[in-house]
Write a protein that binds this ligand. Structure first.
Ligand SMILES: [Zn+2]
Length: 289
């Protein structure tokens, strides 16, 4: 799933290509991806694209007073295309295309929103204000906002009885951090994902805050200037523990381990994060009973 750094890079990429351009046509293909119907997305035709911005993991493309807000979810992606045909694409079957935006001009350029797989989560909204999208209205502060400091972070965690892993990826606490970067931030902070947020010492909170900023800024820096099509590969390359079960930790060489949940998994390094002890894996222990 694209998280803050990838959506940030995508925002910059689209800003360069979209702002100032006129939309020729919006073609919804997978109707299930459309979460709003009034106004219909077809009214974007003829409007000029304004700023492209990010809210957490949401992409927000402004055009003529309306906002096309996109959440790419687990398997959604944006592909920039040249020479898009004027004819509408055919829906159905295994076609991953969900929505096509074609721009005016001789090149027939624009972009496709696609989604692979069967679990559909891609969400597209057309609204007058981005905050009309419930997921945007709920967002906590953005960790890359220059005004987001250690004291604010400390306040978010105080009294929070959940495990820090879950807190970091809760969009209403912090905007933009998901499963991958919460693993990376905790590894950089040398902290167990199971630690209760409220139990963090002042020093640990400061270390985590530092790791949060550094990890995200480094990832944004790596992604900057990359084309939309290259971002996913770059994200994979840059991750130290997430998705690397069984591989050596690049910091200490210990084997990266995994804890599995019903619909996700987390990865961590025992030596760096849990004093060398493997975390209990409930699914595994249940199987062993
Ligand atoms: Zn390690």
């Amino acid at each position: 799933m694209p998280e803050l750094p990838e959506v940030e890079a995508l925002t910059a990429y689209l800003s360069q290509r979209l702002t100032g351009r006129v939309i020729a046509e919006v073609q919804p293909v997978a109707i299930s991806a459309l979460k709003t119907y009034d106004p219909p997305v077809t009214v974007l035709a003829g409007r000029t694209v304004g700023p492209v911005v990010r809210h957490g993991k949401f992409l927000d493309i402004e055009a003529g007073g309306l906002h096309l807000v996109v959440h790419l979810a687990r398997a959604g992606w944006l592909r920039w295309k040249e020479g898009l045909p004027a004819l509408p694409p055919r829906p159905g079957g295994r076609n991953p295309l969900a929505l096509r935006v074609r721009l005016e001009g001789p090149d027939g350029d624009g972009f496709d929103l696609t989604e692979a797989g069967t679990r559909k989560g891609l969400a597209v909204y057309l609204v007058r204000e981005a905050a009309e999208v419930p997921g945007v209205a709920r967002l906590g502060p953005d960790p890359l906002d220059p005004g987001f400091g250690l004291e604010r972070f400390r306040a978010l965690l105080s009294g929070e009885r959940r495990r820090i892993k879950g807190v970091l990826r809760d969009q209403s606490v912090l905007a933009g951090v998901g499963n991958a970067y919460s693993d990376e931030v905790l590894h950089a902070a040398r902290m167990s994902p199971y630690k209760l947020a409220a139990d963090l010492s002042e020093e640990e909170t400061a270390r985590l805050f530092e790791a949060l900023g550094t990890t995200l800024r480094e990832a944004v820096e790596r992604s900057r200037g990359l084309a939309a099509g290259e971002l996913k590969a770059e994200k994979k390359l840059g991750l130290r523990v997430h998705g690397r079960t069984g591989q050596p930790c690049p910091v200490c060489g210990d084997t990266v381990r995994e804890v599995s949940f019903a619909d996700s998994s987390l990865q961590y390094c025992p030596t760096c994060q849990t004093g060398g002890r493997p975390l209990a894996d409930r699914r595994l222990s249940r199987l062993l009973k």
